[in-house]
Design a protein around this ligand. Structure first.
Ligand SMILES: Cc1ncc(COP(=O)(O)O)c(C=O)c1O
Length: 604
């Protein structure tokens, strides 16, 4: 039934026309409502059936192309319907205007109802769409939108574009960085990492000073594959594995201790937790109740509560201060801002004396261990201690029966140009911890190793400790392959020679930039300290974000640097850390120098 036909023959009989029009109008509304629902419902049902099927079958990819087509069809249908309704309403308004009848009010009310109905259908459709989309989001790994850096110099042209990735507006990952969007890494080779946009980054940081044998090393990947093909998970209390035994056999002679025993874990923090508990267990097994452990201010040993506590990075401790305070601290060896009144004369002796005074004050019979990084890394950016430091502190500890724990998580496996950081001073700790470079970043791994003497003391009572992932065979297989690569291809020597080269070239390139206070390091562990005033060594106020600006400028130039802040007073202090893979070539060293210089100069 059509309103237009009514309009055509009612001019001569207004009363009949009014009656007919009312009648027709009501019928039309009912018919339209049924048509709308009838037209929309198949689409709604289709969504529900489709969604249920897709969910039940566990299909990973939701067919968004088809979904878009359906939404478009619905939109066309609804807009056609609304258009027809409007035409009808217009026609009736014409009749009303022509004859000045009184059902204008009724007409408007009916139009409003019609509009309400359309809106309800649209809301229903939207609700179904958002429901399917959110379930799809929960079931599929999401990729964040990558934002191209502001400058692309020397990065994009150097490699083919990476595989195309589906892009979504929201990531469900709780990222480590919450202040900016992260690019998606898709592949890495040698010293280069490539993102999904095809941009290439020279990894001058080795991640967090982790990657030593380089990215994409076939020998490591194949060793891990071979291991996984034979064995996956067995528990450390039920089995040992060939991977673990052969690794420990090859590693033990390289460790700076006699008759080493290796307790494998999943990373640096766990290694330190293990070492600290082992130190107490050693004393307990010998009938001594020693619980005091000395760490150092500005030392870094991890982010679990105990390792955060024994460490001395104030900015990281602050939010959790309420839970900390079980460990004691002395000053770290930090030559650029040394507290020794006679600096640079006998700073090592000065610090060892202060350690001894602290041990005496705590009661030597209560002190279990002293923990320190051979070269301070994550908080002090490659602060190399004076040569008299390590021999002096080890001598103090031995005199008081205090175990020496050398935290080699960053310095171990060639990073400083020697197998272990303490090798430089011929020091033999009681316990050594490792992580990062032990597997060069191929799989989470680390260990605490102790001397045969410590092990034999604990053996009768046992060591109350363990993790689900400790003694992991895959980690050992990767670590063994990394060890072979370092040993067979003289990569520790390479770290020393390329490190000397990088330190020298970087030192000279940065020497004229006024914000550079110090350039220091050992092997391929290098630090740059930024200052607002060079002569006074005055740090930048934290609010100026000097480090963050340098890192961003480097990223824009396709260079990755590592950083640390807050070391001067817990708030201020800006440090840049470099730790590239040992396979870095001469040209790449040149690029690191060039891009670092440009990045640092950009804030001067
Ligand atoms: C010296 C040192 N010890 C321990 C750790 C903690 O290692 P992870 O982050 O693997 O727990 C780090 C990490 O930077 C480190 O540099």
């Amino acid at each position: 039934m059509s309103i237009r036909s009514n309009v055509g023959h009612t001019k001569h009989d207004p009363l009949r026309l009014l009656e007919e029009a009312r009648h027709a109008d009501i019928e039309n509304r009912i018919a339209d409502t049924i048509t709308t629902f009838a037209g929309s419902m198949p689409f709604v049902y289709l969504h529900i059936v489709w969604f249920t099927l897709w969910f039940a079958l566990g299909v990973e990819e939701y067919p968004y192309g088809l979904l878009t087509m359906m939404v478009s069809l619905e939109a066309i249908f609804l807009s056609t319907f609304v258009m027809i309704s409007q035409n009808r309403a217009d026609a009736k308004r014409q009749v009303v205007a022509d004859h000045q009848w009184e059902f204008v009010q009724t007409e408007e009310q009916q139009n409003e109802q019609l509009l309400d109905l359309s809106n309800q259908i649209l809301s229903l459709t939207k609700a179904i769409h958002s429901m399917t989309a959110s379930v799809a989001a929960a079931r599929r790994p999401r990729v964040r939108r990558t934002r191209p850096p502001t400058s692309k110099a020397g990065t994009r042209e150097e490699a083919p574009r990476g595989p195309r990735r589906r892009v979504t507006a929201v990531s469900h990952v709780f990222h480590r960085v919450l202040t900016r969007e992260l690019p998606t890494a898709v592949r890495a080779e040698g010293v280069w990492i490539q993102d999904a946009e095809g941009r290439r980054y020279l990894d001058a940081a080795g991640g967090a000073v982790v990657v030593n044998v380089g990215h994409g090393d076939r020998s490591v990947i194949e060793a891990m594959t071979r291991h996984l093909e034979r064995l996956q998970y067995v528990h450390g209390t039920a089995f040992t594995t060939e991977a673990l035994e052969s690794y420990a056999d090859d590693l033990a002679p390289l460790l700076p201790m006699d008759d080493a025993r290796i307790y494998p874990v999943s990373g640096g923090s766990e290694a330190l937790e293990t070492a600290i508990k082992l130190a107490r267990s050693y004393h307990a097994a010998r009938g001594e109740d020693r619980s005091v452990v000395f760490g150092r201010w500005n030392g870094y040993h991890g982010n679990t509560l105990a390792t955060l506590d024994v460490g001395g990075k104030r900015a990281l401790r602050r939010p959790y201060d309420a839970w900390l305070g079980r460990f004691e601290h002395v000053d770290a060896a930090y030559e650029y801002r040394c507290a020794n009144p006679a600096h640079p004369h006998a700073c090592g002796r000065y610090l060892a004396d202060r350690l001894e005074a602290a041990i005496v004050e705590a009661g030597p019979e209560r002190v279990a261990a002293f923990v320190a990084e051979p070269v301070a890394g994550a908080t002090l950016a490659a602060a190399v201690p004076p040569d008299d430091y390590w021999p002096a502190v080890v001598e103090v500890c031995r005199r008081h029966g205090v175990l020496v724990i050398a935290d080699e998580v960053m310095t171990g496996f060639g990073r400083t140009g020697a197998w272990f950081g303490v090798d430089r001073w011929d020091v033999r700790p009681d316990i050594v911890t490792a992580g990062k470079g032990s597997t060069g970043g191929y799989v989470p791994f680390g260990f605490a190793a102790c001397s045969g003497e410590v092990f034999e003391a604990v053996r009768p009572t046992g060591f109350v400790h363990g993790f689900t992932w400790s003694h992991n065979g895959l980690g050992a297989a990767a670590a063994h392959a990394v060890l072979r690569r370092l040993r067979d291809d003289s990569l520790v020597d390479a770290a020393r020679t390329q490190g000397e080269r990088l330190l020298k070239e970087l030192g000279s390139a940065l020497s004229e930039i006024p914000v550079v206070g110090d350039v220091r390091g050992a092997g391929l562990m290098i630090g740059v300290e930024l200052v607002a005033e060079r002569d006074a060594k005055r740090p930048f106020p934290r609010s100026e974000e000097a480090t963050e600006r340098v890192l961003a400028a480097a990223r824009d130039r396709g260079l990755l640097l590592y950083s640390s802040t807050g070391h001067v007073d817990g708030t201020d202090g800006d440090l840049i850390i470099l730790g590239p893979p040992f396979i870095i070539g001469d040209d790449e060293v040149g690029l690191v120098v060039e891009r670092t210089e440009a990045a640092v100069a950009s804030i001067a």
